[in-house]
Design a protein around this ligand. Structure first.
Ligand SMILES: Nc1ncnc2c1ncn2[C@@H]1O[C@H](COP(=O)(O)OP(=O)(O)OP(=O)(O)O)[C@@H](O)[C@H]1O
Length: 309
């Protein structure tokens, strides 16, 4: 049974249709990521699900529970890390956790949460003295103090350096290992691709597509881009391009000096042919790379917009 089911959500602010029609289900234990351009309606969608905004229409169900009938039960079983977290700067890390624990009838021991977010050594430090990454880890810790089954992380890594981002990824993976369900929004495509079981792309308040990262990429194209450069210069590239163009798997080619790009639906076959030819002619290949299509290519294909990083 899904832990969350959202059907035909709508929300307008005056003339702005922030959310036009959003439906999806989230299964237990998955990392479900919502991505989309600025203003696509991601935060409004999350806030409606989190009970912070009332939808104009549509249904939100947590298993058998709904906000209308079971708000207290839902509040104890979800954890929310909003985009801008309210941490108490003059309290220590542990005092923040202890304080948040008092908001719930049942909570996890602070020491367990500190371990999860890797802040045990900083437990007695005032929040104002923490780094940006540490503050963000604490914000996630506060979202898990009530031991929720479903955790919402709204852009948890925005503005962090690569190492601090990876530390947050570790927490998300630990939550997954514990069987928790995470709903994530992010502006980092690499993050969506690495962490998510499924990705939901929203644009202009609607779901554009929803699937596993691998399936989304596969659906977009079976092509791979092969790049070759030659030690023997442009002549080798020109001759190899001619041979490549005779193959049915090669969809198109492009050449710039001694660099050749091939787009092929069967990279392995294409490479056998190409190397058979270059070996026979004595052309030496200097570099070769094969690029898979990425989630970023999918995003651009579905929304027509460049990704902002
Ligand atoms: N309280 C509000 N009053 C008026 N308009 C709002 C309000 N909240 C959101 N909007 C508008 O609704 C649209 C969707 O906003 P939302 O914050 O949900 O998008 P988002 O996908 O989360 O964007 P971002 O990636 O920039 O955070 C935007 O046009 C936004 O300006």
């Amino acid at each position: 049974m899904p832990v969350l089911e959202v059907r035909h959500l709508r929300k307008s602010f005056g003339a702005v249709n922030a959310v036009e029609d959003i439906s999806f289900t989230v299964e237990a234990g998955e990392v479900f990521t919502i991505i989309g351009p600025n203003g696509a309606g991601k935060t409004t969608t999350l806030e409606m699900i989190e009970g912070l905004q009332v939808p104009d229409s549509g249904q939100i169900e947590f298993g058998e529970l709904s906000w209308v009938k079971n708000s207290e039960q839902i509040k104890t079983s979800i954890g929310v890390q909003p985009q801008s977290s309210a941490l108490f700067d003059l309290l220590t890390v542990e005092e923040n956790l202890d304080l948040f624990a008092t908001f719930y009838p049942k909570s996890k021991p602070a020491s367990e949460v500190l371990e999860m977010i890797n802040l045990t050594d900083q437990r007695n430090k005032q929040v104002r003295k923490l780094s940006g990454g540490q503050k963000q880890r604490l914000a996630i810790g506060l979202a898990m103090i009530n031991d929720p089954i479903l955790i919402f992380l709204d852009e948890p890594t925005t503005g962090l350096d690569p190492q601090a981002r990876r530390n947050i990824w570790d927490i998300i993976l630990k939550l997954k290992a514990l069987g928790k369900t995470t709903i994530l929004t992010t502006h980092y495509m690499e993050e969506a691709e690495k962490l998510s079981d499924r990705v939901c792309i929203v644009d202009q308040g609607k779901v554009v597509t929803l699937d596993t990262p691998a399936a989304l990429i596969d659906r977009l194209t079976q092509e791979r881009e092969v790049r070759l450069t030659f030690i023997d210069g442009a002549e080798a590239a020109i001759e190899t391009e001619k041979i490549a163009q005779t193959q049915s798997a090669v969809v198109r080619t492009s050449r710039d000096g001694d660099a050749l790009q091939l787009w092929t639906t069967q990279p392995e076959e294409t490479l056998y042919e190409v190397f058979g030819f270059t070996k026979g002619r004595g052309f030496r290949v200097e570099q070769i790379s094969i690029r898979e299509m990425s989630l970023e290519d999918v995003f651009i294909a579905f929304t027509g917009k460049e990704w902002r990083d």
